[in-house]
Design a protein around this ligand. Structure first.
Ligand SMILES: [Fe+2]
Length: 434
């Protein structure tokens, strides 16, 4: 077993009581998200990118068992010998694993056995934290902290994934709640940003936990630019559709146009047209498209084509981050919570709206390492670094992001054609030419 190693500059809480409380909070949130779902709901895998709810609940448990208990629990024995094979996601260093596209074929262990697995690991983690001496706890705290943030990532994926699962059911099932009242788009405003030589990336000496891909902090040159003060709305997307947006090759990158034709895209992922009216599948059920709410579940290709149609462009990730920091919005890094769908922007503020907690925002930036980036050694080095190819960066956070998880420097990433993530669009203008 490879010992996890974490960057020395990660700062985290090292108080045993505080760690156990946060552990219980994070683990309990996962169970609350799964609670509305039946055992059958939790077993289905509707496409290769989606994982069953039951798998998410087990995999995040495997993470604590593998990276914490296996190394530091005296007399460690796995809860079940084959779980390391079933619930390892992508860690080559840790050995072979079960085929990802076939996760939905696993009916055993069932959801109740997964619950037993979670309870067993929970008891052992609490016991381990209580027994560790101060020095060992200080050394392990970054690993425990990483486990919290890892589980929060899977909480968001659990919701995105079950949304896709439920979308395949013609009975149009509801996960939870009801949609907000219908809204109308307000006028789009713009926020001017001076640019110049700016600093991008996480500052571990003052800003707490981050993933390795947010490091190191470095300088970028930005020409003067402006960002839209809110996200692109469904109403604006309806105009794009009506203007032949999905039929006009001149609006699209070549790879995007190939996808439009190969997959028959005519609208965002969860939209369907019935008797001339567009409906949208949400976790609150299937409802007429709300013109004032942000468009969501569009790919990078669609975001880029829309920007071209609008005579604008997508922001780079550096432009996005610098605009948020320089306009004083970096402290509002948590979504409001309670809604499982992005909400309308509300009244203009003169500044950026919908920065956190509505839709992950596609940027024009490829997901590449920052200058000087080095993944940590060992299995945990596989967490982010090996995915820095053929993906684009998204910024902000979304309505499904767990409270306290996202940050201004957070770099989410998905392939160009991905649509099942809760992704939206913010336009940019000015600055460097395309
Ligand atoms: Fe994972």
């Amino acid at each position: 077993m490879t010992v996890i190693q974490t960057p020395a500059d990660w700062r985290t809480d090292q108080d045993p009581g505080g760690l156990v409380q946060r552990y219980d909070d994070v683990r309990g949130h996962t169970e609350r998200l799964a609670a509305p779902l039946s055992p059958e709901d939790q077993t289905v895998q509707s496409m290769a990118d989606v994982s069953p709810t039951k798998w998410h609940r087990a995999h995040v448990t495997w993470f604590f068992e593998t990276f914490l208990l296996a190394e530091h629990e005296s007399g460690f024995a796995p809860f079940q010998d084959q779980y390391w094979f079933l619930f390892n996601s992508y860690y080559e260093t840790l050995g072979p694993r079960y085929s990802r596209p076939d996760r939905g074929l696993i009916t055993r262990p069932g959801v109740h056995e997964v619950g037993d697995y979670r309870a067993n690991v929970d008891d052992r983690v609490r016991d381990l934290i209580a027994r560790l001496d101060d020095g060992t706890l200080a050394a392990l705290a970054p690993t425990i902290e990483l486990g919290f943030h890892h589980e929060q990532q899977h909480q968001e994926l659990l919701l995105m994934d079950i949304k896709h699962v439920l979308s395949r059911n013609p009975l149009q099932p509801v996960y939870a709640g009801a949609p907000p009242p219908r809204s109308e788009p307000d006028a789009l405003g713009w926020v001017d940003v001076e640019g110049g030589l700016v600093e991008i990336g996480h500052d571990p000496t003052t800003q707490g936990f981050c993933f390795d891909n947010e490091l190191p902090r470095h300088r970028q040159w930005l020409e003067p630019y402006r960002l839209a003060d809110r996200l692109v709305t469904n109403g604006e997307w309806l105009a794009f559709v009506a203007d032949g947006g999905y039929r006009r090759h001149e609006l699209w990158l070549s790879d995007g146009w190939s996808r439009v034709n190969a997959e028959g895209w005519t609208a965002p992922l969860y939209w369907s047209e019935v008797d001339g009216v567009w409906f949208e599948h949400t976790l609150h059920g299937t409802w007429p498209v709300d013109p004032g709410a942000p468009v969501c579940h569009v790919s990078f290709y669609e975001a880029e084509a829309f920007a071209t149609w609008a005579g604008k462009r997508l922001p780079s990730e550096g432009e996005w981050e610098h605009a948020v920091v320089s306009t004083g919005l970096s402290s509002t890094g948590a979504p409001a919570g309670g809604a499982y769908h992005p909400r309308a922007a509300g009244p203009a503020t003169g500044g950026l709206r919908q920065v956190h907690g509505e839709c992950w925002e596609w940027t024009s930036s490829a997901y590449h390492p920052y200058p000087g980036f080095h993944p940590p050694p060992g299995a945990i080095g596989e967490y982010n670094g090996k995915f820095m190819s053929n993906q684009m960066v998204l910024r902000g956070g979304c309505a499904l992001t767990s409270p306290g998880h996202a940050r201004t420097t957070y770099r989410n990433f998905f392939p160009h054609a991905a649509r099942w993530a809760l992704s939206g669009v913010r336009l940019a203008d000015g600055g460097a030419p395309r």
